[in-house]
Structure formats: C-alpha cells, structure tokens
Design a protein around this ligand. Sequence first.
Ligand code: NAG
Ligand code: NAG
Ligand code: NAG
Ligand code: NAG
Ligand code: NAG
Ligand code: NAG
Ligand code: NAG
Ligand code: NAG
Ligand code: NAG
Length: 766
Amino acid sequence: MSSNPAYHNANSPYGSGDPYYSASTGYITPAPMKRRVSNWVKIGVPVLIVVIVAAVLGGVLGSRAHNNNKNASASGAADTSPTGEAAASNAASVKNAIGVYPTATDSLYLLPIYPSTTNTAAFTSPTFNPSSNSALAWPKDPFQPASPSITAVRSDRPRLIAPAYKWQALPALIASDPYLKVWNDTIFGNATAYYNLPVEKYFMDGSSGILDNAREIKMRLKAFAYVYRMTNDTKWVDRAWSEIQNAVSDSFGANNETKWNPSHFLDVGEFTAGFAIAYDWLYDQWTDDQKGTIRSSIITYGLNQGIVAINNTNSQSWGWWYAPSIHGNWNCVSNAGLTMGALAILNDDNSGIAEQILGLTLPSAVAACANGVSSDGSWEETHAYWHFGTTGHAEMSASLISATGSDYGMLDGQQPELRAHRFSTTANANGMFLYGDHFNHPEYILHQRDQHDAPEPNSMFWYDPSVSGAFWDGLPLDHFFDDPLTQWGAMRSSWTDENAAFIAMKAGKLQNHQTHNDLDLGDWVMDAMGARWFGELGSGDYNSEQYFNSDAQNAERWLYYRKRTEGQNALLVNKQNQLVTASPTVAHGTSNTTQGSSTVFTVPSDSTAFWTTDIQSGYDGNTSSYLRGIRFINARKQVLIQDDITSTQPMMWRAHTNATVSVDQSGTSATLTIGTSTLLLQILNPTSDMKISTGPAVRFPDDPATPAISPDQPNPGVTVVMINMDAGTKSLQVLLSPQWPGMSQSDFKTPPAVGLGSWTLTSHDS
Ligand SMILES: *[C@@H]1O[C@H](CO)[C@@H](O)[C@H](O)[C@H]1NC(C)=O
Ligand SMILES: *[C@@H]1O[C@H](CO)[C@@H](O)[C@H](O)[C@H]1NC(C)=O
Ligand SMILES: *[C@@H]1O[C@H](CO)[C@@H](O)[C@H](O)[C@H]1NC(C)=O
Ligand SMILES: *[C@@H]1O[C@H](CO)[C@@H](O)[C@H](O)[C@H]1NC(C)=O
Ligand SMILES: *[C@@H]1O[C@H](CO)[C@@H](O)[C@H](O)[C@H]1NC(C)=O
Ligand SMILES: *[C@@H]1O[C@H](CO)[C@@H](O)[C@H](O)[C@H]1NC(C)=O
Ligand SMILES: *[C@@H]1O[C@H](CO)[C@@H](O)[C@H](O)[C@H]1NC(C)=O
Ligand SMILES: *[C@@H]1O[C@H](CO)[C@@H](O)[C@H](O)[C@H]1NC(C)=O
Ligand SMILES: *[C@@H]1O[C@H](CO)[C@@H](O)[C@H](O)[C@H]1NC(C)=O
C-alpha cells in the first residue's frame, strides 16, 4: 500500500490512483455511493460485468427527433387552461395510483425487485408524452439562443444543470410523479444526514489522493443546495458554507495553490464541480464576500491548476489526461469540473481565466471523453468505469446546454461512437436520464429510474416525467456487442425476475483499455436462481507496483493473479498468459425473444441464443486453432460452454466460483452448492484425460513472482474448478444445469455434440 514513487509512479498516465479504489474495503466502489460496496462494481474491472437485470439494450441509433416531437407547452405542469388542469390531474392520479414499479431492492446485488404481475395500464411500450400525461412534462426552456456560444451564458441563475424555470416547475411535477416524490424525499433524508455530520475530514488516501474527500463534499454541497432551494430555509446555506470553508481552510491539505491535489487531477475536477454548483445554485444567497471566496477558490485551486496541467500533457505530467487518446473517466471528470467552474464564474470574474479554460476543455472533451464509449456502446476502459466516466460526461454536457444552449457535439458529434452514448451494460448511472431524453430512448429512463442510485439532485432535473411504459416491454433478452475492442454477448431468461438465468462471455482486444483490463479472452459469467455461479475476482490493489503502467506482454500488470489469464474463467495452454496482440472474431445467434408487458415471463420452448469467438490469436504457435462458445439450451434453463482447440501443449479449463464444489468419483461431473441451490456441472463426451479437480484461487507455484512489495490479494471463499486436458485436438463440452425448483430429472436435456463452427439456433435441439 505504498505511495512511494519508487513503487508507484504518481504521475503515470493511468497509475496515480483510480477513482474507485477504496483503501478501507479494498474494493472499487462506484460514485456516488462510495461508502457502499456495490456488487457490479466489486466484480468490476474486467470487461465482463453483468448483473441479472442489467439493462443491455442498444442497437438502435440515437436521433434528435425526440426533442422536437415533444410538445410540452411552455406553461407545462403549471398549465392553467381547463383542459390542461383536468388532464394533469387525471394523469397525476393515474401515475400515482400505479406508483413506483419495484417493491424493494435486493440487498446483495442492489437490483430492483419487481412484483409478479401484469399491469396493462402501466406496463406498456416505452414512450414519451402519451396523451394520458402530456400535461405533466417540463416546460420548454425560455433560453433558446439562435447561435449559441460557449461564453454567452443565460442571464438568469442557476446556469448549471438546473435553471430557474425547472425549479419552479418541480413541485408540481413531484406531486404528480411517484418517482420524483421518492427521490425528493430521499435527497431530503440524505441532506439531513449530512447536515448532522461534522465537516469532511481531510484524508490523503495514497495513490487515490483526496478523491473521496472531493466526492463527499460535492455530494453534500449539491444536496444542501437542493434542499435550500426547495425550502428557502437558510440553515442549508449556512451548512454549505461550513463545508466550503473547511475545504479551503489552511489545514485542509497543502496550504498553497495545490490544496485540491492537482497531481491527481480527478480531485481538482470533483472539488471544482462541487464548488461551481454551490456558487451557482445558491447564488442569490451568498454575500459578496462569500461569492468572492468561492470564486477565488475555484480559480486558485481549480482553473489555474487546469491551465498548469494542460500546459504539459505528456504522460509523466499532471495534465496527461488532457490528451485526445485518453478516452475515459479521467478526461471526462477533469474537463467537466473545469468547465463547470468556468461557466459558474463567467462574467463575475474579469481575469479571462474562465474563457480561457472553456476554450481548452471543450475540444479535449469532445475528442476524448465523448469517445469513452466504443461503437457498440461499451465503455473502452471497461464497464466498471461507465458510471464515473458518464457522470462526468453528463454533468459537463448538461451544464453546457443549460448555461449556453448547446452541447457543442458532446452528445452527438460526427463520429458514430458519439451516438453510442446510448448505452453500456450495467448502465445504471443517472446520466442515462439525460441520454434517454436526448437520444429518444424512453426505455433508458424507465430502466434507470428503478435503480438504487437514482435519487440524486441531477436526476430531479434530467428525468423526463412524461415518460411512460415499462422498459422491458418488447425488449430483446439478448444483446451482442461487436466492436473489436469490446466484443461481448449478454443473454438472459428474463428482465424482471431476479432469479433468472444470465450468461455472458467476452473477447475483445487486450490493449487500449487505459490499462484497466485483464488477459481474459473467453471469460464468462453465469447467474441463475438468484446466485452468481461463476464470476469475476475484480480489481487488484490499485497501489500494486506498476499495476497501471503498461499493457505490453511483459508488463508487471500481468504478474498479478487477478489480471493473469489463470485468474479468469478462461482456458490456459501450458499455464501461459494470453497474448496481448490478440485480435478475436465473434459470431452469434439469437431467437430474438423479447419480453412482453408482464413482469412474469415464460420462455418459449424454441427460445435460445449463442455466442462464439475465435481466440486462437490470443495463444502462441503451439495452438493452431481455438474456438470457444457459450449457449442456452432447453429454453434457457441450461447452459453449454464449449472449447474446440488443437494444441501441442497441455491445457487447463478454469472457472471461479463461490460455490461449494463436490466432484464425483468419475471426475467428469461435479455438484456446486450455494445456499440451498445446486447446479450440476458435467463434461459431455469426455476423453479419458479430461478430469475435473478443484483448488484455491491462487497463482501457480511456478508463476513468475509479483514484486515482493505487492503480493496478490486473497480471494476468500472462491474455488477454481479445473479441467485438465492433454495436448491434441479436443472438444471440451461443459454442461451446466441449475437445479431449478420444480424441475425433475427428466426435464433436463443432454444436447448432441456439435462443433462450434456448426452452432446454429437449432443445432442443439435433439
Ligand atoms: C401541441 O400542443 C398544443 C397545445 O395543447 C396544440 O395546440 C398543438 O396542436 C400540439 N402540437 C402537436 C404537434 O401535437
Ligand atoms: C420533498 O421532500 C420533503 C421531505 O420529505 C418534503 O417535506 C417536501 O414537501 C417535498 N417537496 C415536495 C415539493 O413535495
Ligand atoms: C440516501 O438515503 C437513502 C435512503 O435512506 C440511503 O439508502 C442512501 O444510502 C443514502 N445515500 C447516501 C449517499 O448517504
Ligand atoms: C422560495 O422562494 C422563492 C423566491 O422567493 C419562491 O418562488 C418559492 O416559492 C419559495 N419556496 C418555498 C418552498 O417557500
Ligand atoms: C505546496 O505545499 C506542499 C505541502 O506543504 C508542498 O509540498 C509543495 O511543494 C507546495 N507547492 C507549491 C507550489 O508551493
Ligand atoms: C507552460 O510551460 C512553459 C514551458 O514549460 C512554461 O515556461 C510556462 O511557464 C508554463 N505556463 C504555465 C501557465 O504554467
Ligand atoms: C462471489 O460473490 C460475490 C457476491 O455476490 C460476487 O460479486 C462475486 O463475483 C462472486 N465471485 C465469483 C468468483 O463468482
Ligand atoms: C433476429 O433478428 C435479426 C436482426 O433483425 C435477424 O437478422 C435474424 O434473422 C433474426 N433471427 C431470428 C431467428 O428471427
Ligand atoms: C510452445 O510452448 C512453449 C512452452 O510454453 C514455448 O516455449 C514455445 O515458444 C511455444 N512454441 C511456439 C511455436 O509458440
């Protein structure tokens, strides 16, 4: 855990701490819930992050038509025409009668739990502005500049994210929308809890810097400002002021202009964003002195540090994140904070620094941050970063739109990648409200509003209450992500049953992920019966020596068990790591099954999906061909994983599980147990060399050593299921049969042997 530069280069591009590392838990945790270990992030750094009800949508290109189609009258919810009033009251009573869809949140996975019910009034196709609630929309923004300019800000306050007209409309919308009501209550509750806490205590967390401090203070300032504006009670302004004074006091960090820790620029980004919102949302409440203090703090500790950083963007300097190649969270969060700080103080400060910053941050963010998504909607630096990266991107975009009337291509520029902002995988980040609205995807909004992290001030203003329907209605169960950088497939048996089956497998290139990936071609996960049967170990210790420095074949990163191929659910040849130069190809098929309007879904008997990949290029010259595939059989109740491989060296299939594993005497099948559920694992058509064994999730004794200072993290409770095979041409078929309640022995199927190259939707019907 050393922050000694000898072991960890604090200035390295990817090295100086990542946003999610938490020294206290050892896990990465998502914003804004940094105190909680969310499951999808815990399993996170590998590309394969999947939870049972993860919304994997995508496929439809965004369009701008939506905003033009909407017909919210200028008076919106406050419409006083008899028709408007009657319609609003009618629509409000319908929405309030339906209420919030989920009945609870799963305590382990933090997933919404849906009632088992059909509700024809509510669970209809996702749409905006149906006639039944057209009067319950946001009014149109009165600020519509004909030729927007980044330095021509609206004349009224607030400028950032939530202009005055939205605050005026909000109480009526809260009264008519059950989601807004719950979120408003939660934000008030959270703000009250923060109110009663002491001001945030300074804590320098090794290579993660003071990012935790910055995010906590930003979260509090937003909540205090929100509650003040909803109550006019100045005690919230006073509490915000205490937090501000603390974060600029002599004893908080360095007593000079590096107070907000610009060597780890994410910290500056988050502090500056928090101060910008406090300055702007509480503008009319601050005295001139207070305004002056906040403004000079934004300039001294934020914008000036931005100028210094951007002046030197080489990989060893503070400004490395500014380079156009840095697609991802660092570019998004750093540029967003600087942009928000500049927009907040523009015209109140005549030094020119705000204008100068805006001229620098926008081009960088459009070129880099906005390309954090690959063309299929996955996140280049792996899915765990979708949350942090998109939050920076969404706050910057929303601030530009509200303050100046345009997003300047942040949302939909010329590159196809930009349109792909629509989605990622476990895309529960509140930016989805903004994206769903902008790209005309009501299902994004309907999905996100049920997620545990939805209650947050941004959501109050990004959520479009004219949305209606159920996200799952008509939604395909399968989705395939085909960008060569981020290929993966996601297949499931329901969108609304937390006990559903879910499988996913990945390929994708092993470089150019901002050094956040693993050597994990063919890695897969499986959920069923409310449990994760095969999963990921997640990130290692972010302070490990040279953990982020390189993704070359000989990089130290690949010494660590959680990053090595043996630490994945993958196949090893001769116990070697996969080759970083791999260039996999994929193939897939789906019955195109979509869920209907009910939360109760019965999978049709011919419903299936498969995903295969050629990953021979990830192995050395001893392996002359290698295809891996995964599929559902038996109406998505069973799963087949298959490896068709020819190699001159011995091979080992490995998969990591939390289950208790009992291998039968033949060595060709095993029973896995989690809680009261069991899953049968069987090798189909085994050759005599194929034998199952189990072991702990630790490195091989003959692996090259990690640096002595950076041992592997323990993986308590995890067992590796191994199947050893001799050299030769092999087809290893592993059938996974969850013992679903109510299924009898005769309900399970044993599929025929079919070479991976011949897999089709019907190839396994027997
Ligand atoms: C928009 O709403 C107004 C007022 O209700 C109505 O007169 C107009 O026809 C609507 N326009 C469209 C395109 O629906
Ligand atoms: C927001 O929530 C608070 C706390 O529950 C409540 O007192 C207030 O009335 C709510 N605001 C609106 C507009 O409903
Ligand atoms: C906000 O309040 C909700 C409901 O009490 C709670 O679950 C959540 O953890 C709180 N969030 C934070 C960041 O404190
Ligand atoms: C707070 O004050 C503003 C401006 O005077 C006013 O429009 C708003 O209705 C007040 N809100 C509450 C909850 O009193
Ligand atoms: C700021 O203060 C820190 C801590 O005292 C010190 O290490 C650093 O050199 C100072 N930086 C400048 C620019 O004065
Ligand atoms: C920018 O870099 C140059 C060359 O290193 C240096 O002379 C100059 O002072 C720097 N400017 C700022 C604002 O840091
Ligand atoms: C073990 O369970 C945890 C919690 O559900 C999960 O995050 C993790 O991925 C599981 N690990 C494996 C190897 O399945
Ligand atoms: C599924 O949809 C895709 C895309 O429209 C189509 O190409 C394919 O033929 C469909 N497959 C089936 C089995 O209907
Ligand atoms: C075959 O594997 C051995 C042992 O891992 C390795 O030394 C050798 O270079 C490989 N041969 C080829 C042609 O890649």
